[in-house]
Write a protein that binds this ligand. Structure first.
Ligand SMILES: C[S@@+](CC[C@H](N)C(=O)[O-])C[C@H]1O[C@@H](n2cnc3c(N)ncnc32)[C@H](O)[C@@H]1O
Length: 311
């Protein structure tokens, strides 16, 4: 297991792979809040397994609200953690709407990390969930999931691929069918991809999307290198307390306008602020001074031509 944490500098203990563990810990904490926005009972298993394999780290990461120093006021596990809880819920709702109301049965999680939606969402019959991430992240995830004895609620297929390159052939090899509508999700991924890789990815998934497909993803509307982002309390806390320099991991330079690109390709696109979902749910992070999260946007797109729910 220890080797799986860092394999090839790509496991969940190092680099961008470690951000998947950060989100899992946040989901574990969220799961046990009395007013949880989303519940993921498997999330804590990833954190515990990583801690057991590498005692020094992340042994002191919380998996319960009572273990968060400062509670909701803590910039890291309180505020950023709750942000991840809200994002999880908004994207759960989006995927379930794609499946139940639009009739999509093929789901692709790009940069799936330790996302357990294949297990925890109430999918209609016949759904297939493809999970793409790096091989070491998927191997760690599989080992932990196998240890829990959990069974997926949809057919689950994993695809080891570098999403900066050409991943379509590997996806096709697991039975992905471009003739069927697809619900694509890139949760917490595009921030880490170079601009050119994001453009390629968007063009690729556009080419693989039958009418009725949907896509949701997260972006930041400002340059991640701006001083306001770098010095913001949430990212400073992640850097100083966890050694995860999210800002350094974010891709630099000006970002592509993928929402405009998708609209030009015929998709219907809606760009939302996370704070709209805080208002909708009556809980979640609120704007504050030096707010790194204010620049985050959640984008929801649909390719017209929905097939409707399967009979
Ligand atoms: C912040 S985590 C988000 C994970 C998951 N979507 C979630 O929200 O729980 C980012 C994930 O993207 C993956 N990732 C980043 N760059 C990648 C790349 N070039 N190819 C494949 N996966 C990548 C990382 O390994 C990591 O699991």
């Amino acid at each position: 297991m220890t080797e799986l944490l860092t394999r090839g500098q790509g496991g969940v203990a190092v680099g961008v792979g470690r951000t998947a563990l950060l989100v899992a810990a946040a989901r574990a904490v969220e799961t046990h809040r009395p007013d949880a926005l989303a519940r993921d009972p498997l999330a804590e298993h990833f954190v515990r397994a990583a801690a057991a394999a590498d005692r020094a780290d992340p042994a002191d990461w919380p998996v319960r609200p009572g273990q968060v120093p400062g509670g909701d006021a803590d910039p890291l596990w309180g505020r950023l953690g709750r942000y991840f809880g809200l994002r999880t819920r908004a994207l759960d709702d989006h995927l379930l709407r794609s499946a139940r109301e639009l009739g999509v049965r093929q789901v692709v999680l790009l940069g799936a990390g330790l996302d357990t939606r294949a297990y925890r969402l109430d999918w209609p019959a016949g759904c297939v969930v493809h999970e793409l991430d790096t091989e070491p992240v998927l191997a760690f995830k599989q080992q932990v999931l196998d240890g829990t004895g959990a069974r997926p609620a949809a057919e689950r297929r994993t695809v080891a691929a570098d999403l900066r390159g050409d991943w379509a052939a590997a996806l096709a090899a697991t039975g992905f069918d471009p003739a069927l509508p697809t619900a694509w999700l890139a949760e917490g991924l595009l921030l880490y991809l170079p601009a050119e890789a994001e453009r390629r990815l968007v063009a690729r998934l556009d080419g693989l999307s039958a009418p009725g497909s949907t896509l949701a993803y997260e972006v930041k509307e400002v340059d991640a290198e701006s001083p306001a982002i770098r010095s913001s309390p949430v990212y400073a806390a992640a850097r100083e307390r966890l050694g995860i320099d999210l800002v350094a991991l974010f891709a630099t330079g000006s970002r592509p306008d993928s929402a405009a690109e998708l609209a030009a390709r015929g998709w219907t696109v809606t760009v939302r602020s996370p704070y709209e979902f805080t208002a909708l749910r009556g809980r979640g992070p609120l704007p504050e001074p030096d707010d790194a999260l204010a620049a985050n946007r959640w984008v929801f797109a649909e390719r017209p031509g929905a097939v409707g729910p399967a009979a």
